[in-house]
Write a protein that binds this ligand. Structure first.
Ligand SMILES: [Zn+2]
Length: 105
Protein backbone atom coordinates (compact mmCIF):
# COMPACT_ATOMS: atom_id res chain seq x y z
CA UNK A 1 0.00 0.00 0.00
CA UNK A 2 1.18 3.49 -0.81
CA UNK A 3 2.46 5.49 2.10
CA UNK A 4 0.42 8.59 2.80
CA UNK A 5 2.05 11.99 2.90
CA UNK A 6 1.66 14.02 6.03
CA UNK A 7 -0.95 16.16 4.29
CA UNK A 8 -3.07 13.14 3.23
CA UNK A 9 -3.10 11.50 6.64
CA UNK A 10 -5.82 13.58 8.30
CA UNK A 11 -8.15 13.06 5.32
CA UNK A 12 -7.69 9.31 5.44
CA UNK A 13 -8.30 9.50 9.18
CA UNK A 14 -11.60 11.30 8.61
CA UNK A 15 -12.61 8.78 5.99
CA UNK A 16 -11.89 5.91 8.35
CA UNK A 17 -13.76 7.69 11.13
CA UNK A 18 -16.78 8.12 8.85
CA UNK A 19 -16.64 4.48 7.80
CA UNK A 20 -16.40 3.41 11.41
CA UNK A 21 -19.39 5.59 12.33
CA UNK A 22 -21.42 4.17 9.42
CA UNK A 23 -20.52 0.63 10.43
CA UNK A 24 -21.50 1.27 14.05
CA UNK A 25 -24.79 2.79 12.91
CA UNK A 26 -25.45 -0.17 10.61
CA UNK A 27 -24.78 -2.58 13.48
CA UNK A 28 -26.98 -0.61 15.87
CA UNK A 29 -29.83 -0.70 13.38
CA UNK A 30 -29.36 -4.42 12.70
CA UNK A 31 -29.27 -4.99 16.45
CA UNK A 32 -32.44 -2.91 16.94
CA UNK A 33 -34.25 -4.99 14.28
CA UNK A 34 -33.18 -8.25 15.93
CA UNK A 35 -34.21 -7.00 19.38
CA UNK A 36 -37.69 -6.14 18.08
CA UNK A 37 -38.16 -9.45 16.24
CA UNK A 38 -37.00 -11.34 19.33
CA UNK A 39 -39.33 -9.34 21.63
CA UNK A 40 -42.29 -10.02 19.33
CA UNK A 41 -41.59 -13.75 19.18
CA UNK A 42 -40.62 -13.73 15.48
CA UNK A 43 -44.24 -13.20 14.51
CA UNK A 44 -46.15 -10.44 12.68
CA UNK A 45 -47.88 -8.29 15.32
CA UNK A 46 -50.85 -7.25 13.17
CA UNK A 47 -53.95 -8.85 14.69
CA UNK A 48 -55.36 -11.54 12.42
CA UNK A 49 -52.08 -12.11 10.60
CA UNK A 50 -49.45 -13.57 12.92
CA UNK A 51 -47.29 -14.62 9.97
CA UNK A 52 -43.79 -15.88 10.72
CA UNK A 53 -42.46 -15.34 7.21
CA UNK A 54 -40.57 -12.39 5.67
CA UNK A 55 -40.52 -10.46 8.92
CA UNK A 56 -39.44 -6.84 9.01
CA UNK A 57 -39.23 -4.18 11.71
CA UNK A 58 -41.60 -1.25 11.21
CA UNK A 59 -41.04 2.22 12.67
CA UNK A 60 -44.33 3.28 14.27
CA UNK A 61 -43.31 6.95 14.11
CA UNK A 62 -41.46 7.15 10.77
CA UNK A 63 -37.82 8.12 10.87
CA UNK A 64 -38.70 11.02 8.54
CA UNK A 65 -40.86 12.43 11.35
CA UNK A 66 -38.22 11.97 14.00
CA UNK A 67 -39.05 8.38 14.96
CA UNK A 68 -36.21 6.63 16.73
CA UNK A 69 -34.67 3.17 16.54
CA UNK A 70 -35.80 2.48 20.12
CA UNK A 71 -37.70 -0.84 20.37
CA UNK A 72 -40.73 1.08 21.73
CA UNK A 73 -41.00 2.79 18.36
CA UNK A 74 -40.80 -0.45 16.41
CA UNK A 75 -42.93 -3.50 15.81
CA UNK A 76 -42.54 -6.72 13.87
CA UNK A 77 -44.60 -7.06 10.72
CA UNK A 78 -44.51 -9.43 7.76
CA UNK A 79 -43.67 -8.01 4.35
CA UNK A 80 -47.35 -8.09 3.29
CA UNK A 81 -48.53 -6.14 6.32
CA UNK A 82 -45.59 -3.77 6.02
CA UNK A 83 -46.63 -3.02 2.43
CA UNK A 84 -50.20 -2.31 3.59
CA UNK A 85 -48.81 0.15 6.13
CA UNK A 86 -46.53 1.91 3.66
CA UNK A 87 -49.42 2.12 1.16
CA UNK A 88 -51.57 3.72 3.90
CA UNK A 89 -54.10 0.87 3.84
CA UNK A 90 -53.37 -0.02 7.44
CA UNK A 91 -52.33 2.35 10.20
CA UNK A 92 -50.61 1.43 13.43
CA UNK A 93 -50.12 3.79 16.33
CA UNK A 94 -48.87 3.38 19.85
CA UNK A 95 -51.39 4.13 22.58
CA UNK A 96 -49.67 3.82 25.94
CA UNK A 97 -48.05 0.40 26.07
CA UNK A 98 -50.13 -1.18 23.33
CA UNK A 99 -50.50 -0.82 19.57
CA UNK A 100 -53.67 0.29 17.87
CA UNK A 101 -54.33 -1.02 14.37
CA UNK A 102 -56.89 0.36 11.98
CA UNK A 103 -57.86 -0.16 8.39
CA UNK A 104 -57.72 2.97 6.26
CA UNK A 105 -60.10 3.44 3.38
ZN1 LIG B 1 -48.53 -9.72 8.73
Amino acid sequence: MQKLTRRQQPKAGNRLKRRRENLLLFNEQAWARLTVLERDGYCCTRPGCRSRRDLEAHHIIPRSRGGTWEPENMTTVCADCHRKITEYRVRVTRVGDRLEWERVR
